[in-house]
Write a protein that binds this ligand. Sequence first.
Ligand code: DX5
Ligand code: ZN
Length: 216
Amino acid sequence: MNYLSPSILAADFAHLGEEIKRIDEAGAQYVHIDVMDGRFVPTISFGSPLMKSIRGLTERTFDVHLMVEEPIRLVEEMAECGADIITVHAEACVHLDRTIDKIKEKGILASVALNPATDLSCLEYILPKLDMVLLMTVNPGYGGQKYIPYVTQKISDLRKIIKERELKVDIEVDGGINLSNVQQALDAGANIIVAGSSVFQGDVTSNVKDFRKIIG
Ligand code: DX5
Ligand code: ZN
């Protein structure tokens, strides 16, 4: 099953509630929430107060991408804010296994993100415990960047490993995805598509519908 996860980082924050309702009604199944700490990535975005105020607006899956150092500190808080999936960066966790256990203990789907240059080998032992892997297709920290082409090979390598090991793990791609390159990511084996600028720039409703036509 394929899903669209619009990243609200690219939304108009002055009208965030309306933007969220728009993506929901147009058929986006997830809401991608980028939490940034100004340390793991240079910028600060938003956190639990914002999540709390939008949780009541939609029943869609809250897909929380933690771009923070030692995200284990935030798992409890994110659970209280209604996160359905929590993604932590392998690069940001000293104790990745413990962090994943903590997410699962809260009854939340657990996911690991890898920066573009991080090797898939760091997933070898943890993969069977995961519900999803997020492959960054740009360097994390900002919306509106360009898709890094070498990650396409990484997506297919990961899909192959998941198949060979007979696991059931979703692959999410995040960064620089638009209507012209999304097919390439799907063909390589991604099934959850994050899109920020390409959803929120212009007509949000028709952008979501155009994505859904391709994604299914
Ligand atoms: C980047 C974030 C992304 C970003 C995607 O660090 O993780 O989710 O919002 O934005 P676009 O689709 O504009 O690259
Ligand atoms: Zn993200």
